[in-house]
Design a protein around this ligand. Sequence first.
Ligand SMILES: [Zn+2]
Length: 432
Amino acid sequence: MSFGNRFKQLPKQHRTFILIIFGLIMSLLLLPVSTSAPQSSDEESFYIYQVGDRYSLKLPPLISSENKPVKSQLTSEEIIVRSGDNLSLIGKRGNLSTKTIYEIDRLSSAKRLRSIYPGQKLTITTDNKGEFVELIYPYRATESLYINKTADGYNTKIVKNQIEIREQFARADITSNFWNAGVKADMPPKQIMNLATIFGWDIDFALDIRAGDSFAVIYETQFIDGEFVSTGNILAAEFINQGDKFQAVRNKDGSYYTPSGRSMRKAFLRAPVNFKYISSSFNRNRRHPVTGKVRAHNGIDYAARTGTPIVSAGDGKVIASAYNRFNGNYVFIKHNSNIVTKYLHMNKRSVKKGQRVKQNQKIGTVGATGRVTGAHLHYEFLVNGKHKNPKTVSLPKADSLRGSEKTKFVSDAKIIMEQLESNAKLYTLIGQ
Ligand SMILES: [Zn+2]
């Protein structure tokens, strides 16, 4: 038995471990001889590797065995769609007769062939007599149209392309800002946003990220024929923010929970503006990234460009949407019997008094209306009429998983968090 086969028979965690050790040895071999030189503090350290294949969707057989022609008799033409192409022109390039093209065109499934666009590839197969055998049209990355001809006539079907889902691991130390760290760790932009969404109830990504924060994540990536087609789900993630550790694991219901089964989703977002709009990144000489801090005027200021979307921090009802010369355009939202959030100096308001709003729903945009020196959102959080710091106020505990679902989740979460933690440790070691 070859080493490759033996390797494949090992349990997945062993395989991962062997790959990590192999990677570690290779990395050590490649390290410069002198390790005393100080590392550049401007560089984010990042690591990415493929943990392993998760699973694949298998294709059904394209042509059933009883009518499958002998392979050597077939000729396949790959046709690349050009500007101005149609089924007739493509059929001719695929050596089809006018009669065959007409017959295919009359099939109801041929509708898709009228939406072809330049650059797409079709494959037309004919037999040794030049008779049509099969047409394959992958009209999108994940689906293909198959038309084939047998003695009984034409068969058509839509086939899901084989999607290979790979798990990837990334970890980064944040030195300038969260977004840059994600990019340097080779994470797709969508996954960077997803990561911020998962932890957005615990961490204010706009104002509270600091140099020295770090994260580690295991996420899925989808491939077809070895080519990247789409990002998948984040499976597990850990974020260390100003010394506090937050962990999240995806449950099969698509929601995220702490490893002990408590929902990541909470009644209030930590920040009513998306971090990606907050202009400046922090540096070591300045404690706060922008003007943001709890000030004597009982609010938090988020400096952002005019027009930046503002969202409701939680579900609730608009109790004020108006203008005055101090607040400028402002919106107040009442969330339950005792919590009110206030949003001031808006450029535009997009909700009316009395309207119900959902968490994360856009309520207006950042502006510089009222008594202000520059564009920013002034945000207040009141409990029983008293101003509180929304970052530290204690909020209702999040829902938890229960019963057998919880038992299963907690045991699965333990395994994937161990995998994430051990990967993160190894890569931290290499990075130092
Ligand atoms: Zn303010």
